[in-house]
Ligand binder design. Structure first.
Ligand code: TMP
Length: 218
């Protein structure tokens, strides 16, 4: 049981655009709440008022609006605001935090696909975040062509990264896969090509085992 003063756990859900993060993280949050745990569901870029303003700069407009280094500066400004205003206070109160995206997105998007390299992202990360890291990072892995078709159906103005195209999203996917495979003790790679229900049950089973949670009581 989580008691007062105990630090909550931090779970990040990652994947290329259209991999199903929204649906799956909602399912995870609902399940954790039924255990019952107190859970804060948040997202990046965003998750605090200032960070949400920075999000708008990042995800709208022309693909060439920002180069990769400017993106990195913006996502880390947003992340610092998100950590100090939202994530760290919640964990300190013993809440669990589930975030749609966290630092692996910067590694995969700006570091790998955007060409900055992982070493540059790690330097920025050390400066802004220090050694704080998710207890568990779940990567939803999906063919970028399938994922892009989903995001096109969805539409909306937050499509700046999707506009970078299939080859960019393919590099993002490879970045995520490598990060997950390199750190199996902190990452879970889940095949998101299965049906929504199959992905959810694979995810919940793996989280329960990893974080040693009791399966839902009937
Ligand atoms: P979302 O559509 O999953 O909410 O994310 C918005 C976009 O932000 C997504 O296309 C990926 C991008 N992004 C980065 O490029 N770097 C980051 O560090 C984060 C958190 C998001």
């Amino acid at each position: 049981m989580e008691g007062a003063g105990q630090r909550g756990r931090f779970i990040a859900i990652e994947g290329i655009d259209g991999a199903g993060k929204g649906v799956q993280s909602r399912a995870l949050v609902d399940w954790l709440r039924r255990l019952p745990l107190e859970v804060l569901h948040t997202r990046e870029p965003g998750g605090a008022p200032g960070a949400e303003e920075i999000r708008q700069l990042l995800v709208t407009g022309a693909a060439a609006r920002w180069d990769s280094m400017t993106e990195l500066l913006l996502v880390y400004a947003a992340r610092r605001n998100h950590l100090t205003q939202t994530i760290w206070p919640a964990l300190a109160q013993g809440q669990w935090v589930v975030s749609d995206r966290f630092a692996d997105s910067s590694r995969a998007f700006q570091g790998v696909a955007g060409g900055l390299g992982l070493a540059v992202v790690e330097q920025m990360h050390a400066l802004v975040v220090g050694d704080f890291a998710p207890d568990l990072t779940i990567v939803l892995d999906l063919d970028p062509a399938v994922a892009l078709a989903r995001t096109e159906r969805r539409g909306g103005a937050e499509d700046r990264f999707e506009k970078k195209g299939l080859s960019y999203q393919t590099r993002v996917r490879e970045g995520f896969r490598e990060l997950a495979l390199r750190s199996p003790q902190t990452h879970l790679l889940i095949d998101a090509a299965q049906s929504m229900e199959q992905v959810t049950s694979a995810l919940l089973e793996a989280v329960a085992e990893r974080l040693q949670l009791q399966q839902e009581r009937a």
